[in-house]
Each structure stands twice: as structure tokens, then as C-alpha cells.
Design a protein around this ligand. Sequence first.
Ligand code: BG6
Length: 503
Amino acid sequence: MSDGQLTQRKPDASAFVIFGVTGDLAHRLVIPSLYNLAAANLLPDRFCVVGVARNGMSNDDLRDSLMKGLRQFATRPVDDAVAKRLLECVTSIEADPKDPASFDAMGERLEKLETNRSTGGNRLFYLATPPGAFAPISRELGRSGLLREKNDAWRRLVVEKPFGTDLGSARALNEELLKILDEHQIYRIDHYLGKETVQNILVLRFANGMFEPIWNRNHIDHVQITVDEKLGVGHRGSFYDSTGALRDMVPNHLFQLLSLVAMEPPARFDAHTVRSEKAEVLAAIQTQSEADALKNSVRGQYLSGKIGDAEMEDYRKTEDVRANSTTETFVALKLNIDNWRWAGVPFYLRTGKALGIKRTEVAIKFKEAPFKMFACTPVDRLSQNYLVISIEPSEGITLQFNTKVPGPTISIDGVEMQFRYKDYFKAEPATGYETLIYDCMIGDNILFQRADSVEAGWQAVQPFLDAWSRAAANGMEYYKAGSEGPACAEELLKRDGRSWRKL
Ligand code: BG6
């Protein structure tokens, strides 16, 4: 994680090898991020990009296709000279994990390229592929020796999400990878950690003296983590229908937010210490019995409705979604963290598709002030004290507190003090992947998930997966596209005398 803006050192000379280079992720995020790094002069001086695809493509065809993607997905106007310089570094190589000889041949071509470009043997392998390919590709990279670090040259592997589909498969994938690589060589990406405000949670909590003393069960009533999306499932029906909202969002993105908010202060700002504290707090999430998991969760699926001006059809009518699907497109959970700081402070999480607004935020609700002192005044209630860390639709931090309404009588109203990133800092529009890719290249894995965190995350959600799979359609709630989600999500908090924060 860069200390300050991306004004630091250039990464070591290296080869950047992309598996799945013909796919959406490479076109939409990886290449536009490399372009932004190139524009900021933050790519290595000696560098090459190797695009690996199963069906061989000429260099020219691959470069054309990536250029087209760049024009479509760049976050800023494309400077042709910068784009040309980047794309000239691209070489297309054909390899298929089902054909071991193709990996050996790839190794030979890579070595030649590395000699021509003087990249010193440092290699970053980026798996921008469907998850089913992570293990077979890694196995082949391991077998062919391409990942072996030697003569001071580093070898790294970047793995996209989803990392497993449950606790068992995540453990199995970790085991496979750790047979081939050391943990320090593995970069498990969660794009939420590329977001400025998400990184800022650490700074807000630990670079300010005033929050830590009140950041505990003595002062905090509960925490809400919300990731509401307007988008439906679109063309991802097949992936989504076998995944669902819980697997897609909770053990990764929502738990990144939760762990940053709930972790203990790390003694040092380094990868080992920060990641250990994050893993520790995830491991402290109470494992619920199946009965509790059913009581403490709401799952929903969207029906047709209007989102703004756009009509959304029933989830079950989406292309590649089963007509009788019981996959959830909305989930709300109540979790407890069993440690000294958080005992008795519920963490409520919710996320869903096809909702009325796009909103990502963490709302920390402080305990209410005693009302007694105002009982003899016209004030009938105090509004709530929230500290809200907003990631969408705009990045910033808001503090809600009570203030006296001007006038001769005592009247109190809730007001907001707001910090918005865009009012203070000018940042070039970015994909959010730049910091992550840059960090992989300089070997800083503070923003990447370690094996133990990934497994702790799955461990916490496994009871919900098990309980729902046994319950099938029982307990599924339906909600109208464009709404706030199923009504039962309100009930989850209401029965504790609480409610979700309204906008
Ligand atoms: C992805 C999920 O990981 O995150 C998508 O697979 C989801 O389903 C997306 O839409 C949300 O990311 P963001 O950055 O838009 O909140």
C-alpha cells in the first residue's frame, strides 16, 4: 500500500504474464490499470507483458483487441503515445494447462523474451481466468519450474476472486498453492482493498487519537455494513446462479470492511502484522449453529420492478438462470465477534442486487446519550449518533450528532459534518486496481488476503451456506427490483430494537 499518492519508486524490471488475456477482466481492468500506471510513469523501465491464451493469437491481433478494450474502459482520455509504448511490450503466447508441453514451450519463449528485454527473470503471473483454472494453471506453472525463485529473481502469483466456493474448497486451493509457492509469493486479490476509502479506514482509526478510546463495546451500539447495488445479474447468470449474493460478496468484500473496522491496532504498519490482526478478528466471528444461522439471516431474490427508469425482469428469467432457482440475490446477516472489544456489539451486514440505490457504507452507531436530562423540555427524542464511512456513491466520512436548533426554547435536531474526498484531494480517475497491481510489482502484500484470512472468512459464512442449502426454497424472501430489499431485513434489526440507517 503506497504511503501517500503513487509518487514512489518504480517497480523492479519484470515480466507481467496474464492468463486469460482475451477475457473481460484483462480488457476491462488489468490493461486499463497498467495504462494508468504507465501514464504515471510507474511501470518498470525494463518490462514486458505476456498474454497467455488457449487459442493462440498473433501479437498484432492481441494488441488490437487490448487497444479496443482500453479505448472502451480507460478511466481517462487515452494518450496514444503512452498506449503504444505499453502495447509494444505485449507478446502473445499460447498455452493450455491440459497440454504440459505448451507450458514448457512457454517457459522457453519467456526466457528469450526476458533476455531481450533485460527483465532480470522477475515474473508476475496474473490469473485473470475463471476460478476453475486457478489450480490447473498453478500446478503446471509449478511443474514446469516457472514459479521457482532463483538468483535473486522473484516469482509471484496473483489470484483473482472467488477464492473457493466454501470452506472446504478454499482450504483445498490454499493447500494446492502452498505446495508450489511460499505464502509471500501469493497475492489473493480483493478489489475492495484497492478503494481509497477502504484503505482509509486504517488511517482514520489509527492515525487519529480520538477514535480508538471510543472504538469498543462501551461506546458503540452496533455496526452496519451495507453494499447495495442497482445492477441486476446481467450476463453473468451462469456464474451468479451457482454463487449467490453471500458467496459473491460477504466472505470477501464485506469481510474486508468488517476486518478493517473491527481489527485490533497493529503494532506496525507492515504486511505481516496488519494481516495477522485482520485474520485474528475474522477468526473471532462467532460460528453459529444452523438454527442460529437461520434466525440471524435473511435471504431474498428479486422480482421484476423498476430501477429508476429501467425495467428489471424477475431474477429467474435472467439468461442462464434456472427457472426454479433458489439462489439469493440479497442477503442480510447478524454476526457477533467474540472478543473483549466487541462482545455484545452486533455487526449487521447486508448486500443485494437490483435495489433502488447504489450505496456502499459502514455505519458505526454509537450508544445513545441518556435522555433523562431532557425529559423536562419539549425535546421528545435525540437523533442517533452515527459515524458513516461512505464508499459509494461518493467517498467520504460523515459524523451525525445532535445540535440545538436556534431559538428561545430547547429544541434539538440531528445534523451532519461531512468530509468528501473530492473536496480535498484531486485524484486522477482510476480503476481501483492500480494500487493493487503496483503493490504486487513492488512486493508489498499488505492489501492482499492471506490464506488464514480467507479460510476464517469462509468458516464464518459456512453455517449460513449449510443451513440454506438444507432449507432450499424455505425461508427465501422475494423483493421488488428497485426496492430496499425484503421486508424481513428490517425485522432482523427491529427485533433487537434497532433499524437500518436511512439515507
Ligand atoms: C464483484 C462481484 O466482486 O463485486 C459483483 O462479483 C459485484 O457481483 C461487484 O457487482 C461489486 O463491486 P463494486 O466495486 O461495484 O462495489
